[in-house]
Design a protein around this ligand. Structure first.
Ligand code: SAH
Length: 474
């Protein structure tokens, strides 16, 4: 077997990041050789072609499904398979969540070698379509040409204008998208209106090669509970006339839009965040609720993207934390203070730590919005030790620490700080169970025991998993 070899495989299992797994006999040994097939599911019989071969396993590309798994369903979206947004729309949702649950279990039990903790069933998402409150579309001056277009043999139009989503591993081309089922009907309408508006005026798209051109991203945020709607156009420079024309047309065509912002990104980095922003109409932010708490969401602050599931996630964190009116709580990686505020009326005081200035500013506003007075926000980089900061400001010792770090998990310095502070309970919210288990093992080696674990599905049709764990001091 080598790169390019074609094989007929029976998929037996499901591995990380949505890979079907087949085991085949190895000549001359009684050991099995593992082949991962992206996009194949257990129960499938497939034709696949080896893309990469290693000593003990190979990665293969799915060529054809010969006999489908009984859990395959028709993908709702015509872009599925090309677009990078959804990875498992063609798998029954109930089975998707079972696999996610199994993955978390495997990570904790097999990779982590842990047992004796309570594992609660995954919380499925209430909505499996239109569940996102934020969509970030990209402009590109190189449109991704689909296989069907090539196969049609016809002349290919509009090669140099695309507004849509990136496809996996391709950074300079964008798949032009007219409809996406993750946010809402109206965001599709805004997307298409925006494409037509700029294309008909021959406005240039920012080029990652020449660094010329104007259009970079279109970000749409919708508030689940209030219905408020934000449009944020990210551009490479300022064009006062053009932006006010676009703003006026937006307002006329979509009276539902409550605020329109222009972020200006002067850097080469392809991020949908500006160096500064101009509010064209409306207040420049929207409000939404998680549970009973009200939050202000601005263009560049982090807000959980599945509002309904965020409430469930926070409820689990609150349940695990077993908060008491005398408790001192630290909320690390606090973002716009959402978790801290969510639990503030259950405890004595909360100290929240976050690195991004704009998020800390939002957090302070969110505190006022919710009439919260028992909280302090500290802007600090948790890649450095925060222990000296806690000491300098004479923060009382915490009873509970809630931490919700990014995918990379906690910095070892933060883990060490938490151990030194020695809270009775640690509620660890994570979007990456692999780094979470790494950190949890460190806590276990230093006087803690793992009591509870519960995954929550915030992102149907993707591989992303959110997971809450509770540790208690022995
Ligand atoms: N708990 C919040 C935010 C979680 S997202 C919520 O539920 O909405 C993770 C947060 O960690 C982001 O706000 C990000 O800005 C912050 N963060 C990432 N790296 C950090 C660091 N080194 N120090 C402090 N905060 C960091």
């Amino acid at each position: 077997m080598k790169k390019g070899t074609k094989l007929e495989l029976k998929i037996e299992d499901y591995a990380f990041e949505g890979k079907g797994l087949a085991r085949i006999d190895q000549e001359g040994t009684d050991k099995k050789f593992v082949v991962f097939v992206q996009g194949a599911y257990p129960g499938d019989k497939v034709n696949a072609q080896i893309r990469k071969k290693k000593k003990s396993y190979a990665e293969a590309k799915l060529i054809e499904v010969l006999k489908p798994s009984e859990y395959r369903v028709e993908a709702k979206c015509g872009y599925f398979g090309t677009c990078g947004g959804c990875k498992a729309q063609d798998l029954d949702y109930g089975v998707q969540v079972q696999y996610k649950e199994k993955q978390v279990r495997d990570i904790f039990e097999r990779m982590g070698g842990l047992d004796g903790f309570e594992f609660f069933p995954i919380v499925p998402s209430e909505k499996i379509y239109f569940y996102r409150n934020k969509m970030e579309f990209s402009f590109a001056d190189r449109r991704w040409i689909t296989e069907e277009e090539v196969a049609s043999g016809e002349e290919i139009p509009d090669r140099d204008f695309a507004l849509g989503l990136h496809i996996p591993r391709i950074y300079d081309k964008v798949l032009d998208i007219k409809e996406c089922f993750l946010q809402s009907e109206i965001s599709n309408d805004i997307l298409n209106f925006t494409r037509d508006f700029f294309k008909s005026r021959d406005v240039k798209i920012y080029s990652t090669k020449t660094h010329e051109g104007y259009l970079r991203n279109l970000v749409i945020k919708t508030a689940h509970h209030t219905g408020e709607l934000m449009v944020n156009l990210v551009t490479a420079s300022e064009d006062t006339d053009l932006i006010s024309q676009y703003g006026a047309e937006l307002k006329k065509n979509f009276p539902q839009i409550t605020t329109f912002i222009n972020n200006i990104n002067l850097r080469k980095a392809q991020v949908a965040v500006g160096d500064y922003e101009n509010v064209i109409f409306g207040p420049g932010f929207i409000y939404d609720y998680i549970g009973k708490k009200k939050y202000r969401v601005s263009a560049n602050s982090f807000f959980q993207t599945n509002t309904l599931q965020a409430e469930k996630l926070y409820d689990i964190a609150v349940e695990f934390g077993e908060f008491h009116p005398d408790d001192i709580v630290y909320d690390l990686y606090s973002g716009a203070g959402t978790i801290a505020i969510y639990l503030s009326d259950k405890v004595k005081e909360v100290y929240a730590v976050e690195a991004v200035e704009a998020a800390v500013a939002d957090a302070k506003i969110n505190m006022e919005l919710n009439n919260v007075h028992n909280m302090q926000f500290i802007k600090a980089d948790l890649n450095k030790s925060f222990y000296p900061i806690a000491e300098k400001h004479s923060f009382p010792k915490p009873d509970v620490i809630v931490a919700d770090p990014p995918r990379s998990g906690m910095n070892p310095k933060t883990v060490a700080d938490i151990i030194k502070l020695g809270p009775d309970r640690i509620v660890y919210v994570s979007c990456n169970p692999t780094t979470q288990i790494r950190d949890i093992k460190e806590f276990i080696e230093n006087g803690y025991e793992l009591l509870k674990v519960r995954p929550v599905d915030m992102f149907p049709h993707t591989y992303h998993i959110e997971n809450v764990a509770l540790l208690k001091k022995r």
